[in-house]
Structures are given as C-alpha cells and as structure tokens.
Design a protein around this ligand. Structure first.
Ligand code: NAD
Ligand code: IPM
Ligand code: MN
Length: 361
C-alpha cells in the first residue's frame, strides 16, 4: 500500500533544508524500495502570500489525507507586522498541530560524539547525552481561552492569555511520556510550576496517578526554573522529561544547544494513532535565509523519525541516522557546528554528503 507524505517547506531556510531532506528521502525510497509518494503544499508566510491565509484549505485537506507530514519552518519579519494575528505564519503551524490533534511532541536531544566540541558545555558534562523532551503540543497557554488584548476602565490596554489543562489532556500526554520512558532508561521527570500555578498542581496530580500504571518507570517532579538550570548544569541526570506546551518550547531550545546547535534537533508531533508531523525544532532563521548555509541535519533527522514512527520503516530510519553520523565522521560541518580542523560545507553539500553516505551504506 502506498504511503503518502506531504512536504511543507514553509518560509526562510525552510525550503533550503527541506530540499536536502527530500533528496535523502528519495535516496532511502530507492535503496529500501519504499512505497511512498511525496506531495507538496504551502504553509505559513508562503501560503499567506499566495492565498491570503497561512493555512489554506487545500493544505489542510492534503495534511488530513497524508500518512505523515514533513515541515521546514514558518515565519519571518516580512509577516511580523500583520495586523490580523490570525494571518501570521505561525498560526498556520499551530492550526496544523491542533487541527490534526498532534498533542504528543517528541524532541530528542542527542549529542553525536563527533560534535562534543560544538556543544556550549564542557565535553565531560555533555558527552553521551541522550535525553527526550516530551512536550504537550495542542493545549496549555498556547491555546487557552480567553485570550487577547482588552481595554481597561482606566483606558490602558491589557494583554491576557489563559493557562489551562484538562485532566484528559494531561493524562494522554502522561501516557506518551511513560511509554517513551519504558522504552528507554525508565526515568521520567515531570516539569511544572506547581508551587505557583494551579493548572500545574493538577498536572502533577495526574502524573502521579498515571504513574501507578507504570511501576517500572521512576517518576520525579521538578519546577521549571530549576529544570532549566539543571539542563545546563548536569543534563545527563535526565532520561525523559515531560512538560506543557510553553515550558517544553523553551526547554527544548536550551537542550538543543547542548547537542552543538539548534540545527541538530529533530521532532515528531504525533496524534493518538501515531500519525505525525515531523519538523526541526528551530525556526525559519531569517538571519541566514537565502545564504545556503543553514544546517539541514535536524530536518534530515526529522525525516528519519517520520520513517520510524509513522511509516514503519525503521531500517531506513536507522540507515539515515547512520549516514548522518558518517558525514560527521568525515569532518563535514555547516557553519553552526563548525570547529577548528573541520571542513566547512554549505546546506546542499551537507545534504549531498548524507545522500552519498546513505547510497553507499
Ligand atoms: P530560529 O530558530 O529561526 O533562529 C534562532 C537562531 O538559530 C538564529 O540565529 C538562526 O540563524 C539559528 N538557526 C536556526 N536554525 C538553524 C539551522 N538549521 N542552521 C543554522 N542555524 C540555525 O528562531 P527565531 O529567530 O526566534 O525565529 C525566526 C522565525 O521563525 C520567527 O518568525 C519564528 O516565529 C519562527 N519559528 C518557527 C518555528 C517553526 O516553524 N517550527 C520554530 C521557531 C521559530
Ligand atoms: C516551535 C516554535 C513554535 C512553537 C512557534 C513557531 C509557533 O517555536 O515549534 O518550537 O512555539 O511551538
Ligand atoms: Mn520553539
């Protein structure tokens, strides 16, 4: 049976890095005889420019039908001043996540040994790092109502958002996290702000309740401010971390840097049936867009996650991850992970090196 993959390049460096990931997917398709078909659509600012909306109906329809989606990144200064916030590129991404109920966001932060020098932390603190951040992706303060900017009686304006989680939303992300921990080091740290916010008092309570179904997993709790500090002090103490939408957004960018660059961090966003959207954790990097220097590896590794989690092609996924490791062994580095003595390469050179390593494996 043919599996359909929807490619959404997006904005900024999105199309540059997705081009390389598609080359890698095409190579994997031939080498492993994969029965996958790729289709394309617009999202974000690119879709706004063409259709006047960041998430056109045709894109949503294709996304609903697809077995998996690979996305680059959205957003950029060109669209930052749009008066109607609903038309911002980021709304296209958020609309896909919530419309497809992709509540389970997996963000693995793994330090390739070859990149120990590129990490912002000392090699002994990060070597061997392999943690997984499980971020709730369709709830919390990102989606809570009411929200907006209102005028107060004294005439000044007030901005407001609402941080809410229902028990069922907490329970379903807890299950994803406990099951992930069961397959790994069996340690789960739930990150909250239960000393201040009631919504996370409930979060903690439900985590404890779900823990009873997973007696082999050791659950701990940590406040988010301490978690941010511990991530840069001694990140290897963690195995799996689970947290809400906004804390997960912030902690995963911090964790990314431990692996050498945000250009190395892939992600999977899954629904309850493991249908998923796959994207690098970074954004559209307007500061380097159009220069051909962005690191495509996070997107290539996201394509590998897609093969593993949604398309059931784990041999092809393993081979892509091995090919990435091989090009790092060859000393090839984009600017963001460059260190002395290595060979600096462009986005396309990096993509082509992964293609060659995969083809020759
Ligand atoms: P960003 O992640 O785009 O960039 C932060 C820094 O990291 C920049 O210096 C950038 O050059 C660098 N960087 C990011 N990806 C890189 C890569 N692959 N290779 C080399 N360097 C890389 O974050 P930002 O600057 O805060 O946001 C820019 C735009 O992207 C905004 O419009 C934001 O809303 C959007 N954004 C989108 C996503 C997404 O689509 N998933 C994620 C984050 C931000
Ligand atoms: C991410 C991004 C998005 C988020 C933005 C662009 C909506 O930062 O995927 O990490 O905050 O989730
Ligand atoms: Mn982010």
């Amino acid at each position: 049976m043919t599996q359909n993959v929807l490619i959404l390049p997006g904005d900024g460096i999105g199309p540059e890095i997705v081009t390389e990931a598609v080359k890698v997917l095409e190579t994997a398709k031939q080498k492993f005889n994969l029965n996958i078909e790729l289709d394309n659509a617009l999202v974000g600012g690119a879709a706004y420019d063409e259709f006047g909306t960041p998430l056109p109906e045709v894109t949503m329809q294709k996304a609903e039908k697809a077995d998996a989606i690979l996305l680059g990144a959205v957003g950029g200064p060109k669209w930052d001043e749009l008066d109607d916030r609903e038309l911002r590129p980021e709304k296209g991404l958020l609309g896909l996540r919530s419309g497809l109920e992709l509540f389970g966001n997996l963000r693995p932060a793994i330090l390739y040994p070859q990149l120990a020098d590129a990490s912002s932390l000392k090699p002994e603190v990060v070597s061997g790092l392999d943690i997984l951040i499980v971020r709730e992706l369709t709830g919390g303060i990102y989606f809570g109502q009411p929200r907006g900017i209102r005028e107060l009686e004294n005439g000044e304006r007030q901005g407001y958002n609402t941080y809410v989680y229902s028990e069922s939303e907490i329970r379903r992300i807890a299950k994803v996290a406990f099951e992930s921990a069961q397959k790994r080091g069996k340690k789960l740290c739930s990150v909250d702000k239960a000393n201040v916010l009631e919504v996370t008092v409930l979060w903690r309570e439900i985590m404890n309740e779900v823990a009873k179904d997973y007696p082999d997993v050791e659950l701990s709790h940590m406040y988010v401010d301490n978690a941010a500090m511990q991530l840069v002090r001694a990140p290897k103490q963690f195995d799996v971390m689970v947290t809400g939408n906004m804390f997960g957004d912030i902690l995963s960018d911090a964790a990314a840097m431990l692996t050498g660059s945000i250009g190395m961090l892939p992600s999977a966003s899954l629904d309850k049936n493991n249908k998923g959207m796959y994207e690098p954790c970074h954004g559209s990097a307007p500061d380097i867009a159009g220069q051909g220097i962005a690191n495509p590896l996070a997107t290539i590794l996201s394509a590998a996650m897609m093969l593993r989690y949604s398309l059931n092609e784990s041999a092809a996924a393993d081979a892509i991850e091995q090919a990435v490791s091989n090009v790092l062994d060859q000393g090839l580095r984009t600017a963001d992970i460059y260190s002395d003595g290595m060979k600096k390469v462009s986005t396309a050179e990096m993509g082509e090196a992964v293609v060659a390593a995969l083809a020759n494996a």
